[in-house]
Design a binder for this molecule. Structure first.
Ligand code: HEM
Length: 484
């Protein structure tokens, strides 16, 4: 049973109330919230506790980074952790998405060769439609080679993992590096037509360069956990990192795309009116940040969830579904084999992973005007023009008003007519799963390609193996398919 709630901003149902919570005294309030967020509580507990304390799914808090060297970064946000109020973040009449991709802190555009790339642009900026149209055209052009290139990469990855496993590596065979290499190569070839094999430096180190480039931009906003927390606070969360550290690597990738992806660059110049520099920088951002970054986080979540030791029953159901569907489509995995309706449990499992572990957990947007933010039951909160909204997806996606057993992983949650209705509350792509990316919105341009790619990965695993198991980012068992 789904609740009926008003959209995030409507004519007043009940008079708006002030937003609970606060920011504390200058410097100390933000510092305390930062330490709670990274250290004493962690992001999820940070939002959970404040929602409980204020008995509200909309409240005020400070979001890192802050103090002492993030000058000009205002950490004050209106946090949102329910599915109803969250929709305000998708309404471009209400929020301005300019320069707030990762929050109030905006990494310097020197990370992107001096270009303000499309993902940082608001829908009211004419360049947004231009760069989004470019991304969407690159995706359309890639559709013929996307599946074969991805499966080729997965084959290389699994062959490497199989031989590591056969060699009896302790703790299983890690697939992290082979997976990143697979994602990097497949994206370069599919999206830009540039084959990393043409330059051995790019082929061997391209994905490392992207990891460092991503890390330098994101680390001030992320809990890392690799060094003791006091050191992490001092060394990783106190100041922005300069892009100069990764500039030589970025320049290598820039020249690689300019030369070997020349056709894709020309599409940006000839059909979308971009300069060569802006076309290459936009390609590198979409490829490196959105696509490589997104898949590098999401695919391991997916493999781990299915490969858990206690998920044997789910694997058996998935295997049966995949094999039956492949028999109907000629045995090969591809877009057609995973099209909507063919593997409903596989698709639902993919959605459930995106619900329980949204790869991009935070979404931001600045109020364009004063408005009433509506939560469930018409409850309203007065938001003032210029305030930064911050939606925390991991909690919104476990909203008990919408999802039954919200904390549980229910693989077939989205199967069938009733299950599919819930897709309008799945927001991983920065918009409801039932809506489509367009030039006038900020929804992920590759929304459908991401789902199909994840379904293909699951299908390929069960085409190839009777069973498998994972721990962390390692395979501990790969049981090859036996003739039936
Ligand atoms: C698992 C993989 C991916 C995830 C989780 C993901 C997620 C997202 C999210 C959350 C946004 C909205 C960011 C915001 O404004 O707050 C976004 C935007 C975008 N994504 Fe994806 N994405 C993925 C893969 C891709 C791929 C493969 C491409 C293209 C090759 C792509 C292209 C874009 C573009 C162009 C935008 C900007 C939309 C706009 O500015 O209107 N993404 N993505």
């Amino acid at each position: 049973m789904l609740p009926s709630f008003s959209p995030a901003a409507t004519a007043a149902a009940t008079p708006p109330r002030p937003i609970p919570g606060g920011y504390g005294i200058p410097v100390l309030g933000p510092l305390r919230d930062r330490l709670d967020y990274f250290w004493f509580q962690g992001p999820e507990e940070f939002f959970r506790r404040r929602a409980a304390q204020h008995r509200s799914t909309v409240f005020r808090a400070n979001i890192p980074p802050t103090f002492p060297f993030f000058l000009g970064v205002d950490p004050r946000v209106v946090a949102i952790v329910d599915t109803a109020a969250f929709t305000a973040l998708f309404d471009n009449t209400l929020v301005d998405k300019r320069d707030c991709l990762i929050g109030p802190y905006n990494p310097s555009d020197s990370f992107t060769g001096g270009t303000r790339v499309g993902v940082y642009l608001d829908t009211e900026e004419p360049e947004h439609a231009r760069t989004k149209a470019y991304s969407m055209e690159l995706l359309r052009r890639s559709s013929r080679v996307w599946a074969p290139e991805f499966l080729n990469g997965i084959d290389t990855m699994l062959t490497a993992v199989e031989s590591d496993l056969a060699a009896g590596k302790e703790g299983g065979a890690s697939y992290l590096v082979p997976l990143q290499q697979c994602i990097f190569r497949f994206l370069c070839k599919a999206v830009t037509g540039a084959d990393p094999a043409a330059e051995s430096l790019v082929d061997r180190f391209g994905f490392y360069i992207l990891d460092v480039w991503l890390g330098l931009q994101l680390v001030p906003t992320q809990k890392v956990g690799a060094i003791p927390q006091p050191l992490e606070e001092l060394l990783l969360h106190s100041f922005p990192f300069p892009s100069i550290i990764v500039k030589p690597g970025y320049d290598i990738l820039y020249r690689f795309i300019e030369k070997h992806g020349a056709e894709a660059v020309a599409v940006g110049v000839d059909s979308h009116g971009l300069t060569v520099k802006d076309a290459v920088n936009n390609i590198l951002f979409v490829l490196g940040f959105n696509a490589f970054g997104g898949f590098s986080v999401f695919l391991p979540f997916l493999v781990l969830e299915i490969g858990k030791a206690d998920a044997g029953a789910l694997r058996a159901r998935l295997r049966a579904e995949v094999r039956a569907a492949l028999e109907e489509t000629g045995g090969e995995v591809g877009f057609a084999a995973v099209a909507k309706g063919r593997m409903p449990l596989v698709r639902s499992t993919v959605y459930e992973v995106l619900r329980t572990r949204p790869p991009v957990p935070l979404q931001f947007g600045r109020a364009r005007q004063d408005f009433v933010l509506r939560s469930h039951g018409g409850e309203g909160f007065a938001v003032a023009r210029g305030e930064m909204l911050c939606g925390y997806q991991p909690l919104a996606m476990r909203d008990p008003a919408v999802f039954d057993r919200p904390e549980e992983f229910v693989a077939d949650r989205f199967v069938g007519e009733e299950g599919e209705k819930l897709l309008s509350y799945v927001y991983w792509s920065n918009g409801p799963e039932t809506e489509d990316p367009a030039l006038g919105n900020k929804q992920c341009a590759a929304k459908d390609a991401v789902i199909a790619t994840a379904c293909m990965l699951v299908a390929e695993l069960f085409r190839r193996y009777d069973d498998f198991q994972c721990e962390g980012t390692s395979f501990t068992k790969l049981q090859k398919r036996q003739p039936s």
